[in-house]
Design a protein around this ligand. Structure first.
Ligand SMILES: Cc1cc2nc3c(=O)[nH]c(=O)nc-3n(C[C@H](O)[C@H](O)[C@H](O)COP(=O)(O)OP(=O)(O)OC[C@H]3O[C@@H](n4cnc5c(N)ncnc54)[C@H](O)[C@@H]3O)c2cc1C
Length: 410
């Protein structure tokens, strides 16, 4: 495809959920302006389609919450536009605390839910077991239930953003690879692609795991590292009812949710795995995430999980899914304006929460790209908060991997 030397108002590198969401809000709020999203494979092929897709609203990090609330708000808006249901699964989430520190975290979370007007109640261990028959609740000290939390099909959510964006006039192109960010001194002026150059007033990097490569071209060491997330899906069994809640087990550093009569579960590995963005193939399905489908990692921590899910030893595992999210040492997103560079925005460093926050991120970047104020507080996501780093060094990659191993929540 050739489109030599075009001009757009905004050009976005990457057609994952962030790129598609930005295109949706920008085209909705700026009719007549031209936004082009460039995706080298198919839309939402990389991290987005692999997500477990918990759309967590209530978190200890309160500044994530407005971003996720926007995701919940926009879904019916897009369903109406397309005349189709996204079939979001509002099954609620159970937080199970089995140690004093986690009980105190849960109490804080319940208070946060109240501040954000989200329903939250405590459940007895028996009631919790009834909702999730696979869950052994004997050791739980406290269980909180938030009935409005949900999960979804992440590919469908990403492509809903894309389809609605197209209806509003956004230009989303597949099979077009961006090779360079075009710079004029310290100003981003467009991108070079396999189809020619596109000049733009604003360039947005939303290239997921590959984002540090483009940031570096503009002189920015992006503070994130592609870090593997992995989960497993069991065989079907009666103990995994279709509509049972999502379960978060911070004492086991694990989460689970129903998946069509099976259980989908993830657990933090003892040692998480980060890799240089330069070593990830353009089609991530060609990357070997684990020779043994994560079985060694799972074996190392299975006792942690078996405390709450004893049948894990007996139930068969049907699927293994892995992908890269952009992790950071403090588990905060890394995004905003590129420091020291004009007209370059970074929608990056998703810390495994990109599906949840996609609505807010889409709106924030659409507003910033249009020259308006960011409606959200991004102060915790500042690109320069770690000082000078080398985003491709072993030391940095290990630091980001460690942050994932220590993560307690889902
Ligand atoms: C196993 C797993 C489980 C997860 N579970 C959850 C969860 O439960 N809840 C949640 O909220 N999040 C979850 N996530 C995280 C979520 O998937 C990501 O945060 C989100 O998908 C990030 O979207 P993105 O658009 O930034 O990246 P991506 O979806 O990776 O999109 C980036 C795109 O950029 C394209 N690209 C890269 N380089 C170029 C180039 N040179 N030219 C053109 N295009 C390019 C890529 O092809 C890709 O399509 C999970 C992730 C994984 C891997």
């Amino acid at each position: 495809m050739q489109f030599n030397s075009e001009k757009a108002n905004v050009v976005v590198i990457g057609g994952g959920i962030f790129g598609c969401a930005i295109a949706y809000y920008y085209s909705r709020n700026n009719p007549g302006k031209k936004i082009v999203v460039l995706e080298r494979n198919e839309l939402c092929n990389a991290a987005t389609s692999r997500a477990a897709a918990l759309i967590t609203k209530i978190r200890a990090k309160k500044y994530f919450i407005p971003l996720s609330l926007e995701t919940y708000r926009v879904i019916p808006e897009m369903e109406k536009m397309l005349g189709e249901s996204l079939d979001i699964k509002k099954v609620g989430v159970m937080h199970v605390a089995a140690s004093e520190p986690r009980v105190s975290d849960l109490k804080e979370l319940m208070a946060i839910a109240e501040v954000f007007n989200q329903p939250a109640t405590y459940l007895s261990n028996t009631a919790a077991h009834k909702k999730a028959p696979w869950l052994k609740t004997e050791e739980a000290l406290c269980i909180g239930f938030m009935p409005e939390e949900a999960y979804c099909d992440p590919y469908l959510l990403g492509t809903f953003f894309a389809r609605c964006a197209k209806l509003q006039g956004a230009d989303l192109r597949q099979g077009v690879e961006v090779t360079d960010v075009l710079m004029d001194n310290n100003t981003a002026v467009g991108v070079n692609t396999t189809g020619g150059k596109i000049y733009a007033d604003v360039v947005i990097i939303a290239a997921g795991a590959w984002s540090p490569i483009f940031a570096k071209q503009a002189g920015v060491d992006l503070p994130m590292a592609p870090t593997r997330s992995q989960y497993w899906i069991t065989e079907r069994a009666d103990i995994f009812p279709l509509n049972s809640p999502i379960v978060l087990l911070p004492d086991a550093q694990a989460y689970a949710r129903p998946e069509g009569g099976s259980l989908l579960f993830g657990i933090r590995e003892k040692k998480s795995f980060s890799v240089s963005p330069k070593n990830i193939p353009a089609d991530v399905s060609h990357f070997s995430f684990s020779g043994d489908k994560g079985m060694n990692d799972l074996q190392e921590v299975i006792d942690r999980l078996a405390r709450f899910f004893p049948t894990i030893y007996d139930v068969g595992l049907k699927y293994y899914v892995a992908g890269f999210s952009g992790y950071t040492p403090d588990n905060n997103l890394s995004m905003g304006a590129a420091p020291g560079v004009h007209n370059l925005l970074l929608a990056t460093g998703c810390v495994g929460a990109g599906i949840s926050v996609s609505g807010g991120i889409g709106l924030a970047f659409a507003e910033m790209a249009a020259g308006n104020a960011n409606p959200y507080d991004f102060s915790h996501f500042d690109i320069e908060r770690f000082g000078k780093i080398d985003a491709f060094s072993e030391a940095w990659l290990n630091k980001c991997a460690e942050a994932r191993s220590k993560k307690l929540s889902g």
